[in-house]
Ligand binder design. Structure first.
Ligand code: HEC
Length: 265
């Protein structure tokens, strides 16, 4: 299992595992003992990197994962950031667009101290596989406050409405919006998306403010058919499929939701 040692890249890890556990030449591939449980997601990268120094005292920790996490299992309490006996309350959410956890301490860290960031037991992938608990990274703070933010500031009118208007409103707008989802006006978004249960996933609202990982709309716009069926925007003309939203457009929608999905005045 490649769940441990999350800060080591997959290739390196596979190589070191192979070196550590040579299989007899003609042994059959090892069977998974806990056959009922899906494999857990693998940690692909972590920022700040293990061993980083001079890290800002308001750090944003980001953890890239191989599989979508169940955002309901991703909270500040699912992680621990500590320096000796001193540990800090964390905020955290899962971003399906970048496939990463974003976590940050709710107050500034002590300067010039060594910190360890750990995953606690209980974090799960959407398919139920567990993320291995344990150390994800360790770093040393400097004395400076950084200007990095957990998510980009996004405004409905300036950033989101142009995307919904040009790519979604032809179907999700007007007098009879498809699926009862109106993305052509701010009022439509409030009335038919924010906190409204989705048709496609019984456990998820269309948009859950502050939680892109619990927003079915996000899974509909990323290239992830097994989770969400047809990707949006779609087209009714088989010969002219709709282009997906650009990575930047997907990310700004996710960041807008992470920031609370405000519509503004
Ligand atoms: C050509 C028409 C068309 C366009 C354009 C379109 N959609 Fe859809 N959308 C549909 C249809 C049809 C469904 C219902 C079937 C399904 O869920 O796949 C749907 C369903 C959805 C759902 C699921 C609603 C639920 O409760 O399950 C979401 C979310 C969604 N669309 C978002 C978008 C977004 C965001 C865009 C623009 C980026 C977009 N759609 C563009 C036709 C369209």
């Amino acid at each position: 299992m490649l769940r441990a040692a999350p800060t080591v890249g997959p290739t390196l890890l596979a190589a070191s595992l192979a070196a550590a556990l040579p299989l007899p030449a003609c042994a059959p591939p090892a069977e998974e003992p806990d056959a009922g449980l899906p494999d857990g997601p693998t940690v692909l990268w972590v920022e700040p990197a293990d061993g980083a120094t001079d890290v800002a005292i308001n750090p944003i920790v980001r953890v890239g994962v191989s599989d979508h996490l169940d955002d309901r299992t991703v909270s500040g309490g699912a992680f621990k950031l500590y320096s000796g006996p001193l540990s800090y309350w964390m905020m955290a959410y899962y971003d399906p667009v970048a496939r990463r956890v974003v976590a940050w301490p709710s107050s500034k860290l002590r300067e010039n101290a060594e910190w360890v960031f750990e995953a606690q037991a209980g974090i799960e992938a959407r398919d139920g596989g567990p993320l291995a608990a344990g150390r994800l990274t360790g770093f040393r703070t400097g004395a400076a406050t950084g200007d990095d933010q957990p998510f980009a500031a996004a405004e409905y009118l300036g950033d989101i409405a142009p995307i919904f208007g040009s790519r979604c409103a032809s179907c999700h707008g007007g007098a009879a919006p498809i699926a009862g989802l109106a993305l052509d006006t701010g009022a439509g978004v409030v009335d038919t998306a924010l906190g409204i249960p989705s048709d496609g996933d019984a456990e998820m609202d269309r948009v859950t403010p502050a939680r892109p990982g619990q927003s079915f709309l996000i899974y509909k716009i990323i290239d992830d058919a097994p989770v969400s069926g047809d990707r949006m925007p779609r087209s009714f003309d088989e010969d002219a499929p709709a282009a997906p939203l650009s990575p930047d457009e997907q990310q700004i929608i996710s960041d807008w939701i992470a920031g609370g999905a405000a519509i503004g005045p």
